[in-house]
Design a protein around this ligand. Structure first.
Ligand code: NAD
Length: 520
């Protein structure tokens, strides 16, 4: 018997509350199934089992890919603007369910309700973007060196795109990929995180309904819930033209290598080890407010969470105690993410909590100190006792060279270092494997200029006076180096979801060769 808290959220999202096993595999034409292992979706806030989900076997995953390819053959002929109209309907249907889906994200992933709804808004926003793209995704006409010739760069869809997503953005990341794929004429097969299947099922039901009402085979938006078996089958299937993977560096390296070995296309969005630098001229009030959200928000479980803070020596003694105080104040705001007062929800799993404590131990072992937080949070309410709550921590490792600075600890632990010279701080920002997000708090234009230049941050996201996290969909999103070099969402990211052909066309009766070559 489900609690009222859970029952309300699940039924609003159209999911069963009577204990029935939820089918987690969809491959078009109203077909829902799942012959693989039955997995449990567990609420990170309370430990309550939300539902049992039937997942995909390897064979079902291959079948989903086959059906997606069949659906693609028809879908690629639908005109761009018509595809845009379908995306508009998807957008409206998701918007209609925004609060229900936002609460489901909060329930199943553990982020606070406002961020849950924000995630659905991101799906809506990328649909808006993709509607425009459906009419504007354009190639180019280039001047030829041969008289009467024209060169066209033509974008055609790739075919089938496999989308493998992480637990922490259980809806938006698929949206980034799916909306662009639909705009340019691809079919998709989505494998969500094994711990957030309900979000994926609820969204896919809505999308499938729109597709089917428009006479489009729903296999264009196939779903294979599951773990390793489904994931590996998708990665190894030669009929999957592009694998778009969002997750850890460790898994990204395995998947990237596998896809490359079959000469498939790969888009990687991996871990971040994001850094904020606070310069002497910074507006410290703004930096403080921004950093508390960026470092402790989502309980440190955004790929763009600020994990490293580099303070200029001249402001460190003034700034750090204020930040510590702000973290102390946060301790009264830990709890059930569905409650509006809560700012810090639980970690997603017990394993994540263990990782947090291990990282704190490492800081101490390496001679560093914990300035605030770093303990388990014991909720007063009985039903939250099985949740994975911690108190966000600020630590000061022994030195900026300490090994702990090199790793992404996917939990609310912020490591602090002190710098004297901006080049030194930029060196530390760049001196890690990962290259996702970074920010500089300054009002000095010369510093801003350097930061965004070739001498500045080597990350994919390079901000000024803005959090490392919380990107908008307008610009391309992604990171460099071991973050995988992928770009999703806005900007030119759509260009990765198409195959480009350079087409040289001769409008004359002559046959000149390029570079003046003579063959007569
Ligand atoms: P994860 O790497 O453990 O899992 C991600 C996905 O990969 C899941 O769906 C999982 O089932 C699947 N998977 C695991 N092994 C696989 C295999 N061998 N073959 C195919 N699929 C496999 O990551 P996670 O714990 O869910 O998410 C947290 C990580 O994701 C963090 O490192 C975070 O920084 C990163 N992330 C990055 C971005 C980004 O845009 N750069 C966004 C969100 C999360």
């Amino acid at each position: 018997m489900l609690s009222t808290r859970v029952g309300k959220v699940l039924s609003a999202a159209g999911l069963p509350i009577d204990g029935e096993v939820v089918k987690g595999v969809y491959m078009g034409k109203g077909t829902w199934g799942g012959n693989g292992e039955v997995m449990e979706s567990v609420c990170p806030s309370t430990g309550e089992v939300l539902a049992k989900v039937a997942t995909a076997t390897a064979a079902e995953t291959s079948e989903a890919v086959k059906r997606a390819r069949e659906a693609y053959k028809t879908f690629r002929k639908v005109t761009g603007p018509k595809r845009g109209e379908i995306i508009r309907q998807v957008r409206n249907a998701i918007a209609e369910h925004k609060s229900a889906l936002g609460a489901l994200v909060s329930l199943e992933m553990g982020k606070i309700i406002s961020e849950g709804e924000g995630e659905i808004q991101e799906y809506i926003d990328i649909c808006d973007y993709a509607i425009g793209l459906s009419r504007s995704a354009a190639g180019r006409v280039l001047k030829s060196e041969r008289p009467g010739h024209q060169i066209l760069e033509v974008a055609n869809p790739l075919g089938v795109v496999g989308i493998i997503t992480a637990f922490n953005f259980p809806v938006a990341v698929c949206g980034w990929n799916f909306a662009l794929c639909l705009a340019v004429g691809n079919a998709t097969v989505w494998k969500p995180s094994p711990t957030t299947p309900l979000c994926a099922i609820a969204v896919t039901r809505i999308v499938a309904d729109v597709l089917e009402k428009n006479g489009i085979d729903g296999a264009v938006a196939s779903l294979v819930c599951g773990g390793l078996e489904a994931g590996e089958a998708l990665v190894n299937d030669k009929a999957v033209d592009l694998v778009s993977f969002t997750g850890s560096e460790r898994v990204g390296q395995i998947i990237g290598t596998k896809v490359q070995s079959r000469f498939g296309k790969i888009l990687l969005e991996l871990g971040g080890n994001n850094c904020a630098i606070v310069a002497p001229s910074a507006n410290l009030d703004l930096a403080l407010r921004t950093l508390v959200f960026a470092a402790a928000g989502t309980a440190g479980q955004r790929c763009t969470t600020t994990r490293r803070l580099i303070l200029h020596r001249s402001i460190a003694d003034k700034f750090l105690p204020r930040l510590v105080k702000a973290y102390e104040n946060l301790q009264t705001r830990v709890g059930d993410p569905l409650k509006s007062h809560t700012l810090i929800g639980p970690l997603h799993t017990r394993g994540a909590k263990d990782t947090f404590f291990k990282a704190l131990e490492q800081v101490k072992r390496e001679g560093g100190e914990i300035l605030v937080g770093g303990e388990s949070y014991a909720p007063s309410s009985g039903d939250l006792k099985q949740g994975h709550y911690v108190l966000p921590a600020i630590v000061k490792p022994a030195s900026p060279e300490s090994p702990i600075f090199q790793e992404e600890t996917f939990a609310p632990m912020l490591s602090v270092a002190i710098y004297d010279d901006l080049d030194q701080a930029i060196g530390w920002n760049n001196g890690v494997r990962q290259g996702l997000s970074s920010t500089l708090f300054t009002t000095d234009m010369r510093e801003m200029g350097k930061w965004i230049s070739e001498e500045g941050s080597d990350c994919g996201l390079v901000n000024v006076n803005v959090a490392t996290s919380g990107a908008e969909i307008g610009a391309a999103f992604g990171g460099n180096k071991s973050t995988g070099w992928g770009r999703e969402s806005g900007g030119d990211a759509w260009k990765q979801y198409v195959r480009w052909s350079s087409c040289t066309i001769n409008f004359t009766d002559d046959a000149p060769l390029a570079q003046g070559v003579n063959f007569e």
